[in-house]
Design a protein around this ligand. Structure first.
Ligand SMILES: [Zn+2]
Length: 151
């Protein structure tokens, strides 16, 4: 069986909550997904791309809904990286000219960029409920994005 992860990352890229909040989020994750193989927090100096793995689907423009070509997205990913990691430079969309960063795009299964996350390996709880997501937001003190990663 392949592994799957649930990642909780801040909606605001680069946000890193205080250590006590990070720890509290991991404890809460353990309480709602006690059968997880592992639950861990991480934080880094530069932005990491947290992808949804095999759940990767369509990418669309958040403004007009046009599909964004994966080839273009790959080029954008390559050119967004500097020595210090992803820069999340805002660009004009080819469809409608609206300006977005790679983090802003509408990914059919959410993914995003973060310097901090808490993740559960093989939690076997399906999707988080609205209440569970809200609880993570209250614990971490920020809006969160949930990434379901299927390896
Ligand atoms: Zn557009």
């Amino acid at each position: 069986m392949s592994d799957h992860y649930i990642h909780i990352i801040p909606e605001e890229p680069g946000a890193v909550p205080d250590a006590d909040k990070r720890e509290a989020a991991a404890l809460y994750f353990r309480s709602i997904a006690p059968r997880s193989d592992t639950i861990s927090t991480w934080n880094k100096e530069s932005l990491e791309f947290i992808d949804c793995g095999a759940n990767f689907g369509r990418i669309t423009c958040p403004s007009c809904g046009a599909e964004f070509e994966v080839d273009l997205w790959n080029d954008w990913m390559d050119s967004d990286v500097s020595k210090a990691g992803f820069t999340l430079t805002r660009r004009a969309m080819p469809c409608c000219g609206a300006g977005f960063t790679l983090h802003d795009l509408a990914y059919e299964w959410p993914q995003g960029f973060a310097r901090f996350g808490v993740r559960a390996m093989n939690p076997n709880i399906g999707k988080l409920s609205v209440e569970q997501r809200a609880r993570f937001e209250s614990i971490l003190g920020c809006r969160v994005r949930v990434v379901y990663q299927h390896m």
